[in-house]
Write a protein that binds this ligand. Structure first.
Ligand SMILES: [Fe+2]
Ligand SMILES: [Fe+2]
Length: 288
């Protein structure tokens, strides 16, 4: 397989002509020039992401503290498991973005990935804040690590985690492409039944602080999806040889597995327990 060069750091002989910029295997200086970008969508993305800045602790969780105690058993179990899942996703996502960034040689895209990683850190902070507010310390720890012991949670986290590890261990362009798609699946498919569960709590006037946190996280995740869609599209223009019939079929199958995982997860964590959510869930996910 053709090599993928790790981005140089201090590189005085890097290209200053932006037309020579490439997403991978370019000769970057790492200079951040906000006024002179090859990938102009990166500027728009960056500004949108900065406008979306928020601080979890500014959201009042007092009502959630009361509500959590009176959630039904099913609601509380689903709340815990969904949080455990989301905490893991955002944590591993933050780490993987740094690894992807080591191989992207377009400084404006590096900027965007850095801001995205920062936002994933805020999401982790948000989940911690939610747990710290509503749970006693022993319960908090149990929820944080449920993904390690719950076989269904673990198996779906493994699907994404293994793909990220594969790229970490063997950074070739083909594995980069799979990692980009795994990222896309995480942002575009894996979050949504979890988010819907929270929006359904809101419809029932429960856990308003948690829902506000999720609403802000959801807004960020939408932009992450937009960023990775653009990166994959640019890569297709610059490195069309990576998109063979075989690799495109593999990417399609990854999306299919991601959707199947999401459906199985939805059945497991939500199932038939929440009558008004079933309709929402079936319209949005099961029909895909
Ligand atoms: Fe996130
Ligand atoms: Fe994200």
């Amino acid at each position: 397989m053709k090599a993928l060069n790790k981005k140089p750091l201090f590189n005085e002989s890097g290209d200053t002509d932006i037309s020579k910029k490439r997403l991978i295997n370019g000769n970057t200086t790492n200079l951040n020039d906000f006024n002179n970008m090859k990938y102009t969508w990166a500027s728009e993305w960056y500004r949108q992401a900065m406008n979306n800045f928020w601080i979890p602790e500014e959201i009042n969780m007092a009502q959630d503290l009361k509500d959590y105690r009176v959630l039904t058993e099913e609601e509380r179990t689903a709340y815990d498991k969904i949080l455990s899942f989301l905490i893991f996703l955002d944590s591993v996502q933050m780490e993987n973005l740094g690894n992807v960034n080591n191989y992207i040689t377009a400084s404006e895209v590096n900027l965007c990935l850095t801001i995205q990683a920062f936002q994933e850190a805020i999401h982790s902070q948000s989940y911690s804040y939610m747990l710290d507010t509503i749970c006693p310390p022993n319960k908090r720890n149990e929820i944080l690590y449920q993904w390690k012991d719950d076989p269904i949670l673990l198996s779906r986290n493994k699907f994404i985690g293994d793909l990220y590890n594969e790229f970490l261990d063997n950074p070739v362009p083909e594995n980069l492409l799979k990692t980009l798609m795994a990222n896309y699946i995480l942002e575009g498919i894996y979050f949504y039944s979890g988010f819907m569960f929270f929006y359904n709590l809101e419809r029932n006037s429960k856990m308003p602080g948690s829902v506000q946190q999720i609403r802000y996280i959801n807004r960020d995740e939408n932009t992450h999806l937009w960023l990775f869609r653009n990166i994959i599209r640019e890569l297709k223009k610059e490195e069309p040889h990576l998109f063979t019939d075989e690799s495109v079929e593999e990417l399609r199958n990854m999306i299919k597995t991601g959707v199947e995982n999401e459906i199985a997860w939805g059945h497991y964590v939500i199932g038939n327990k929440f009558r008004d959510l079933i309709k929402m869930f079936s319209v949005n996910i099961l029909s895909t």
